[in-house]
Write a protein that binds this ligand. Structure first.
Ligand SMILES: NC(=O)C1=CN([C@@H]2O[C@H](COP(=O)(O)OP(=O)(O)OC[C@H]3O[C@@H](n4cnc5c(N)ncnc54)[C@H](OP(=O)(O)O)[C@@H]3O)[C@@H](O)[C@H]2O)C=CC1
Ligand SMILES: N[C@@H](CC=O)C(=O)O
Length: 823
């Protein structure tokens, strides 16, 4: 025989009850079944609400009563919607309606009585609450009957006998087991339907079984008759690897041991309340958790032992609203009795302790309790230890609130090295601060107390570590979606599945901003329609974007700056301080004042967040990465000679007697090689910034003002107030620019804007490069960087290739993002 229990959602509507009925019909084909039902979803709360209102002389209780009426009436109407066309069905419908009316009238009299006497005793409360299960079971029983199902009704109150501890009665198993055995031994119906939660005292008063009551009813019956299986039907497909509301990738666990299930039962969908299933645990009866709304789903089977080859970690649980209390002081060291007094005090106050740790120095004891109990606990403990506190032997108890417990759980964690190492390094990498740790000798559970704001990030990172080891999710927040930004989004969109399949990296763009609007989405922005989503987003603000990113608190978050804006560059520190990595192609932060550059590097190390800016020099070319490898491996950079401006190289490659300077500069801008403001390129500032960054990365503390810069523009161009005015000067001063070309041509030279760094000094300027020089044949928008180092003294290490353009810059940013993912 099997026992099936259906919860409130399963019997919460006619549609769901029809699903329950199909399950019953199916299951009763193979074996007889006993079916325990909860009250219709939400009714127990409504009954309590009506009773409290009545007790407080609030006539609103009548409204709540009416709501209870209409909820049941809606269920009945739904179940008998075709009764008008069938005489027998109509009769059953009317009979059920009369029965339910009778019960509800009884309920009304009870509520009126509570209102009149202004009192709600525990005994009355039990009587009142028993209506929920009585109504639901009556409806289901009569519906089954009307559909010619072989079913019997048994009021659980006639079987389950308790003491008179109203609201949380203690079962008298001696009498109860006999009652159940006698009844089921003499019953032959395929299905027996019973209301859950309700019982009767030895004196015949109505009692209820407390929290998880219907599960308890089912477990008591299952244990009494040695059932083959206890099935708990609910609205989720079993116990999950972690809280599915916080971790989207959480999945149902197919198999668990009793102990694992008990450990995991704290989180999310509370599908199992351990004390209530104790009777079946003792008898080793398998428990199967199934989803009424998806009966085909496997669900979770809980037995004494699970497969020996199962994974060591079965799930990750979390308990919210925890306070951590610390009792500490030198006076505790080596003195017996502190622990006893502390825990006795808490026990007397009925304060439940969730977690305890004590340092081996005996200097402190920490324990976790519910936030709600924290104030009371402090008062009583400080009172009990008043004498020692006055003598300064110990400190008044320290209370920290807004905490949560997370725990990694699994029977086979025992003797399996490395689990705690993985757990804590994952939390550490994601900058989750751990306030306390506990692990029992059973090694079935490793618990840590963390701040509540870190729970989502911690669960996601741990879930990724233990259950999705093969995919690492990177959450990108991009500011700047112009020329380069748009290309990066396209490249990510195009490469997403390839990266996931081949490199197990899952890239998610969770935020986008330009200077006008911004949009943030925890689930990731749909990259097909990102432009519309951004356009319809909220008003952009740098702080607002940062706050969104902080609030989401996603693991592996990366802020990507694809603007040329100084205010954006100035906010990197705030991201790094929250362990959010920064990837920038904006050069302002690394070429601004050196204190800020150094501070960002320190913050990056301190908060374990990457700060990468490969595209600052040479766009997609691996210039900075190569330089860093040379320096970290102990090489010393003596000289750098380079052409670092893609736009200027393009301009001087295409400028000649047949073209105009204005046209080629315009073309470079249109091709996307120039800065948003082309004056930054033409004035040499962009190249100066780049060589400054190379000098700094080589270990030289230079400022931009230390650089020598040989400007080739006319004074009018340098002083132009706008980009438009600047272009006008190019037209006006064409003869001057032609003279630069002519001078070089006459010497058979090429014009190149060259950057040089030599033993701590840097300069930039336009040079006439003779034939045979490595720069002479530099084509198109190419860059070239030659590193002369201690290890490369004669023949330099050379990096050469396209050094400007939206596509190559976007791929350089992409490479930085992948560097973070691979770290
Ligand atoms: N082009 C290249 O070859 C290379 C470029 N780079 C760097 O790439 C960066 C971007 O260049 P590019 O894409 O051409 O520039 P664009 O002008 O095309 O795009 C700039 C983007 O930044 C946004 N933006 C500007 N100010 C802010 C702000 N305060 N807050 C939020 N968003 C802002 C703009 O928004 P809105 O449209 O609303 O103004 C726009 O979306 C520059 O720093 C450049 O130096 C680096 C290497 C090579
Ligand atoms: N404008 C730059 C490209 C970005 O760094 C260049 O022309 O090289």
């Amino acid at each position: 025989m099997k026992i099936l229990k259906f919860g409130g959602t399963s019997v919460g509507s006619a549609e769901n009850i029809n699903k329950v009925i199909s399950i019953l019909e199916q299951q009763s084909k193979d074996t007889n079944i006993a079916v325990v039902v909860s009250a219709v979803g939400g009714i127990t709360d409504k009954l309590l609400e009506a009773a409290n209102l009545a007790c407080n002389k609030d006539l609103e209780y009548k409204q709540t009563y009416n709501a209870i009426w209409s909820q049941h009436s809606k269920v009945i109407e739904g179940l008998f919607e075709n009764s008008d066309h069938d005489k027998n069905l109509k009769k059953s419908h009317e009979a059920l309606y009369d029965l339910i009316s009778e019960k509800l009238n009884e309920l009304k009299s009870l509520l009126d009585g509570i209102y009149l006497i202004n009192e709600l005793s525990p005994k009355t409360k039990d009587k009142l609450l028993s209506f929920g299960e009585a109504l639901s079971s009556t409806i289901i029983y009569h519906t089954l009957k009307s559909r010619q199902v072989d079913v019997a009704y048994k009021n659980a109150q006639e079987l389950i006998v308790t003491d008179s501890n109203f609201n949380n009665a203690i079962v008298n198993f001696e009498i109860t087991n006999i009652n159940i055995q006698l009844y089921f031994n003499s019953n032959s119906n395929a299905i027996v339907l019973l209301p859950g939660f309700v019982s009767k005292s030895v004196h015949g008063e109505i009692t209820t079984l407390g929290r998880g009551g219907s599960d308890y009813t089912a477990a008591i019956i299952a244990a009494a008759i040695d059932a083959d299986e206890l099935q708990i039907w609910t609205d989720v497909s079993g116990m999950y690897t972690t809280n599915p509301k916080l971790v989207k990738q959480a999945a149902p666990i197919v198999e668990l041991s009793y102990q694992e299930a008990v450990e995991l039962s704290h989180f999310g969908a509370k599908v199992l309340y351990p004390p209530t299933v104790m009777p079946v645990l003792k008898k080793k009866i398998p428990i199967v958790i199934k989803n009424t709304l998806d009966p085909e789903a496997l669900g979770t089977t809980i037995t004494e032992n699970t497969q020996p080859n199962g994974s060591p970690v079965k799930g990750i649980s979390n308990i919210e609203n925890i306070a951590l209390l610390t009792l500490q002081g030198n006076g505790m060291v080596g003195v017996p009795g502190f622990g006893k007094r502390l825990f006795e005090t808490l026990a007397q106050e009925k304060i439940n302790i969730v977690l305890i740790t004590q340092s081996s120095s005996e200097h402190s004891i920490c324990f976790g309790i519910s936030d709600n109990d924290a104030k009371r606990a402090k008062e009583v403990i400080d009172t009990v230890f008043e004498y020692e506190i006055q003598l300064l032997k110990i400190d008044p108890i320290i209370v920290e609130t807004d905490l949560s417990i997370i725990a990694v759980i699994g029977d086979k964690m025992k003797n399996h090295q490395g689990i705690s190492g993985k757990m804590f390094s994952t939390l550490g990498k994601n900058n989750v601060n751990i306030r306390a740790i506990a692990q029992g000798a059973s090694e079935r559970n490793i618990s840590a107390i963390i701040h509540k704001n870190d729970v989502k990030k911690a669960l996601n990172s741990l879930h990724e570590q233990f259950f999705e080891i093969k995919t690492k999710q990177i959450n990108l927040f991009i500011t700047g979606v112009g020329n380069v930004g748009e290309r990066l989004i396209e490249q990510i969109h195009q490469q997403k599945s390839y990266l996931k399949e081949n490199f197990k990296i899952s890239l998610k763009i969770a935020g986008l901003s330009n200077s006008r609007t911004m949009v943030v989405n925890d689930d990731g922005i749909n990259l097909k329609h990102w432009k519309q989503q951004l356009e319809n987003g909220e008003k952009a603000s740098l702080k607002g974007f940062l706050n969104h990113v902080k609030k989401l608190n996603l693991r592996n978050s990366v802020f990507v700056d694809i603007t040329a804006n100084d205010a954006v560059a100035n906010i990197y520190g705030d991201y790094l301080k929250h362990s959010i990595s920064v990837v920038a192609c904006n050069k302002i932060a690394c070429s601004g004042n050196i204190e800020y550059y150094n501070e960002l590097k320190i913050l990056s190390r301190q908060y374990n967040a990457a700060f990468l800016f490969e595209t600052n020099v040479g766009a997609g070319l691996p210039v900075i990465d190569t330089l860093n490898h040379l320096v970290t491996s102990g090489d010393k950079i003596n000289t750098i000679q380079a052409v670092l401006s893609g736009s200027l190289n393009f301009i001087f490659n295409n400028f000649n007697a047949e073209t105009t300077f204005y046209d080629v500069v315009k073309q470079a801008q249109e091709e996307g090689y120039t800065e948003p403001d082309p004056r930054i390129d033409l004035s040499g500032i962009d190249v100066a910034r780049k060589v400054l960054i190379l000098a700094r990365e080589s270990g030289h503390a230079l400022e931009l003002s230390d650089l020598e810069s040989d400007n080739f523009l006319t004074n009018d161009a340098m002083e132009a107030a706008s980009v438009e005015d600047f272009f006008k000067t190019l037209i006006k001063d064409e003869t001057y620019y032609q003279s630069l070309f002519k001078s070089a041509e006459d010497k058979n030279c090429q014009l190149k804007f060259v950057a040089e760094f030599n033993n701590g000094k840097a300069k930039v300027g336009l040079q006439e490069i003779p034939e045979g020089h490595p720069f002479y044949n530099l084509k198109g928008k190419d860059n070239i960087v030659m590193f002369y180092t201690q290890r490369y003294p004669e023949q330099p290490m050379i990096i050469k290739g396209a050094g400007a353009g939206a596509d190559v810059t976007a791929s350089g940013l992409f490479a930085d993002i992948i560097r973070i993912a691979n770290n």
